[in-house]
Design a protein around this ligand. Structure first.
Ligand code: BES
Ligand code: MN
Ligand code: ZN
Length: 498
């Protein structure tokens, strides 16, 4: 998608459609009012007739305009005539973008950056426009013969008063980088497990390394993991014919000695459960078990594209989890890289096994903070549904920073307790710990397990099992939590300049 900031007067712009807002008291936004004047009061007339009430969620496309350089006007209902909340604003943008999925509409001008939003300045609004329009236009076609997409949008101009051009341009750059990151993560995750293998993910990382000078990539293969002693990670891949990969992306945008932010993403390219086999219904969705890894790749791309002045390490343990004569069996005991032994009571709790060795390995980068993201537990869906990702961590400040970033990015999080009392549930009679904690508090006990490998640094864990993809008719990846992580990094970068 091609975006630009448009500072020319609206009546001079030639495009397929101009997008303007109206409120439910029939009040027009400044641009709608201007267009109303240049179209002999057309918009006012349409509102009076009641064809659009102005509620948030409504749209009306006006066509065949007389004496106008623009062919159409899309009226977008904004709701009550007062500052919109961030969520209301994003809802209006999403509905507007969806209603522009028409073959004739290729070049539009969007005038919604002028709308008042609580706590949303011109930079934030411009950014959201880029994020939402790209998000809505995304359509997976990679393995379809028909590559036609519903949206034909090619060019989006964002109308901005000259005085605010610089701020808007900054927002647009960020928005485009994040939008491309989200699309990349969605594409990787939507690919099927037979194409998106651990080796494929490694290749994607290497390609990113080629593209950006300050991003270097290294891959550990199974022999390297063996030498290091990553017994937990290796135990998961034993049942698979695809070789596991531990992918590390090293972005050096910051001061030489500044400690890195480490992002770790679960890259399980297909999770059948192993010997503790999952039920068949919906098992296809376990191709999405690499969404954490995809989000790490995408966030590294965003950071490199925006040349953020930070040092960031991205790590992706990538493997399949399949049943096989050589696979992990319930009751098997494996020795992790940390030296701690683990009784594998359920082979379907494999995410924590590949993550725990990666957490231990992250220590050698002397991290400032470590954030892992994983489609880790079905229990997270039971507890929180598909709205927020679960957040757990051993450092209040880091958790608060993530919660703040999630608000700005409209990529929500909800913190769950990581209390000592829960640790008991992981007791094993035969090893230092079991890999499951029974049927209660599954998201918390999974995080408790990980916390035992994160004792030497500030750490937060995001359980994205409910948020990384949609199920049902609109089945598809969401690209979450790329917006949240990007916002966290942007916030960290801006703290440096204060
Ligand atoms: N990848 C799954 C978690 C998952 C399940 C994500 C459903 C999204 C939807 C993970 O590897 C898993 O299987 N977890 C088990 C843990 C259990 C055995 C303690 C689960 O949630 O059932
Ligand atoms: Mn599993
Ligand atoms: Zn899994």
């Amino acid at each position: 998608m091609d975006y630009s900031i448009e500072t020319a007067p609206l009546e001079k712009l030639q495009c397929d459609c101009i997008v303007v807002g109206v409120y439910q008291d029939q009040q027009l936004s400044p641009s709608a009012s201007l267009l109303n004047d240049t179209t002999q009061g057309l918009i006012g007339k349409v509102l009076q007739r009641g064809d659009i009430g102005g509620k948030n969620g409504e749209t009306l496309l006006l066509n065949a305009l007389m004496d106008s350089l623009t062919d159409r006007i899309l009226l977008v209902g904004l709701g009550e005539n007062k500052a919109l909340s961030g969520k209301e604003y994003i809802k209006a943008l999403t509905i507007a973008a969806n209603s522009l999925k028409r073959p004739q509409i290729k070049f539009i001008v969007c005038c919604l950056a002028e709308i008042d939003v609580e706590g949303g300045d011109r930079q934030w609004k411009t950014r959201q426009i880029a994020e939402v329009f790209t998000d809505v236009a995304y359509q997976y076609t990679h393995t379809k013969s028909d590559k036609e997409t519903e949206s034909k949008l090619e060019k989006i101009g964002i109308a901005i008063p000259i005085a605010e051009q610089a701020q808007a341009q900054l927002g647009l750059n960020q928005g485009q980088a994040i939008a491309e990151g989200v699309s990349f993560a969605k594409w990787l995750a939507d690919l099927p497990g037979n194409l998106c293998t651990p080796t494929f993910l490694a290749k994607q990382a290497l390609d990113l390394g080629e593209k950006f000078a300050d991003l270097s990539v290294s891959i550990l293969d199974e022999a390297d993991m063996e030498t290091l002693g990553m017994g937990a990670l290796l135990s998961v891949t034993r049942g698979s014919r695809q070789p596991a990969q531990l992918i590390t992306l090293d972005y050096q945008g910051g001061e030489k000695n500044s400690k890195p932010i480490v992002l770790i993403g679960k890259g399980l390219t297909f999770d059948a459960g192993g010997i503790s086999l999952k039920p068949g219904l919906g098992m296809d969705e376990m191709k999405y078990d690499m969404c954490g890894g995809a989000a790490v790749l995408a966030t590294m791309q965003v950071a490199a594209q925006l040349a953020l002045p930070l040092n960031i390490i991205g790590m992706i343990p990538a493997s399949e989890n399949l049943p096989d004569g050589n696979a992990n069996k319930p009751g098997d005991i494996v020795t992790s890289l940390s030296g701690k032994t683990i009784e594998v009571l359920n082979t379907d709790a494999e995410g924590r096994l590949i993550l725990c060795d990666t957490l231990t390995y992250a220590e050698r980068y002397h991290p400032d903070v470590v954030i892992d993201l994983a489609t880790l537990t079905g229990a997270c869906l039971v507890a929180l549904g598909r709205i927020p990702s679960g957040l757990l961590g051993n450092d209040d400040e880091l958790c608060h920073e993530l919660l703040a970033a999630s608000e700005t990015a409209n990529d929500s999080l909800w913190r769950l307790p990581l209390w000592e009392e829960y640790q008991e549930l992981l007791k094993s009679n035969f090893a230092d710990m079991a890999n499951i904690g029974g049927k209660d508090a599954g998201t918390i006990t999974a995080a408790c397990f990980l916390s035992r490998f994160a004792e030497n640094f500030r750490w937060a864990h995001l359980d994205i099992a409910g948020t990384a993809w949609r199920t049902g008719q609109t089945k598809g990846a969401t690209g979450r939590p790329v917006p949240l992580l990007s916002q966290y990094l942007l916030n960290r970068a801006s703290q440096l300049s204060i």
